[in-house]
Ligand binder design. Structure first.
Ligand code: HEM
Length: 374
């Protein structure tokens, strides 16, 4: 047996230690059975303010001896994001795949040089719909008791696998939700990326390939997935993710924008950084997405009554309406999960909503307060 106090202390240490970019162990060596018994009893853990940008965002060695790739242990969770999976398998994130928002921001900044505002936006928007505001924990894959006791329904706390919050159709290496498994690596799907790289990129993944592949994936879902949908917020992640492999998976010392396919497979499938990997030279986010969009512009929309019945959804934000994206995400997506939160839950959601809003300041949107001001 173990004392409750020591478990709290160890958990706190493992969360606070995020700032030092340590290698994470599963919670202080407790067995899976012990964790399963203990984690759901965790109490309120208030949201932590997000970190600012890196002081030095130049390129540097990331696949270093302090962050070895380790095989998954029984119970470790992975999900649809090849970057977060890889960072967990190298110990930049807790290796069990249960994370706090601040841990993710620190990890994606430190290891991949994701720009601070963009990192905060991605993290707080996904956390608000897929994480547990009470314990401040989120799974990078499926729902699990390791994120603690859930707030009352209709909240789902489903982790990043949750469909249509940020995960969605037309992924490069995961199947559409309609076909069953939207989160594990899918070789058939990945072969499209390989074939398009061979056809349009002379064996490399680059901006031309990203453009052609995105159009193909859109057409493919439209023709084969009766429930195909591509509306905000998924619309934004889809176009961002098309250029992410170019912006983040290429070694920071390599400046030609051509991603080697073995390196790509390392991230997408094996969750492994290449040997001697250096991060991008300078903070970066979704640069290039307009190029991908402009050749084959689409309207947000869905198949309405089966395959090939794509209809534009005029209520969805387009890629160029960040304020509509923000307000409808808060007023629709978040409100649907938390219609009337009270007490600490309301406080925690409001704090996370404030963090989300602060990540959109450059867009000059009007802030919305669905649960009142504190
Ligand atoms: C530099 C940082 C990141 C990179 C390079 C990255 C890269 C990617 C890529 C390439 C995909 C597409 C996978 C595919 O189409 O098969 C993806 C998917 C995803 N990522 Fe990330 N990501 C990053 C950060 C994040 C963060 C901070 C979050 C949220 C906390 C996140 C959540 C997701 C989710 C939910 C998906 C699934 C979307 C889908 O394809 O349906 N990612 N990521």
């Amino acid at each position: 047996m173990f004392a409750r106090l020591s478990v709290y202390t160890l958990l706190a240490l493992s969360i606070c230690a995020a700032n030092a970019f340590p290698q994470y162990q599963s919670l202080a060596g407790l067995s899976r059975d012990e964790l399963d018994a203990v984690i759901p009893t965790l109490q309120f853990s208030p949201p932590q303010a997000p970190p600012g940008p890196l002081a030095d965002d130049s390129t540097k060695l990331i696949n270093d001896p302090a962050h070895p790739h380790l095989p998954l242990k029984d119970g470790d969770i992975r999900g649809p994001c090849p970057a977060l999976n890889t960072l967990a398998s190298h110990g930049y994130l807790p290796r069990n795949g249960i994370v706090t928002p601040v841990q993710i921001i620190n990890a994606v900044q430190e290891a991949l040089n994701l720009e601070n505002t963009f990192a905060r936006f991605l993290v707080f928007s996904t956390f608000l719909v897929n994480g547990n505001p009470i314990t401040n924990l989120m799974s990078i894959g499926g729902a699990t008791p390791l994120t603690g006791q859930n707030p009352p329904k209709p909240a789902t706390v489903g982790g990043l696998d949750s469909h249509n919050n940020c995960e969605g159709d037309t992924s490069m290496s995961r199947a559409d939700f309609f076909f069953g498994n939207n989160h594990d690596f899918n070789e058939t799907r990945f072969q499209n990326l390989i074939n398009f790289s061979n056809k349009f990129g002379a064996g490399k993944y680059n901006l031309t390939v990203a453009t052609e592949l995105r159009n193909f994936l859109h057409q493919d879902s439209l023709h084969n997935n009766p429930q195909f949908s591509l509306v905000s917020p998924r619309l934004f992640t889809a176009y961002g993710e098309s250029v992410f492999p170019i912006n983040f998976f290429i070694d920071g010392r390599q400046k030609d924008g051509q991603l080697d396919l073995t390196v790509a497979r390392g991230f997408f499938q094996l969750m492994q950084l290449p040997p001697d990997f250096h991060r991008h030279d300078g903070a970066i986010s979704n640069e290039g997405f307009e190029t991908v969009y402009n050749k084959y512009p689409i309207q947000p929309g869905s198949n309405t009554v089966g395959v090939n019945t794509y209809k534009a959804d005029l209520t969805s934000a387009t890629l160029f309406q960040p304020c509509l994206r923000y307000t409808s995400f808060v007023n629709n997506n978040i409100k649907a999960l938390y219609p009337n939160p009270t007490g600490q839950l309301r406080k925690a959601i409001n704090t996370n909503l404030q963090f989300l809003y602060e990540s959109t300041l450059a867009d000059n949107c009007t802030q919305v307060f669905p649960y009142g001001r504190d």
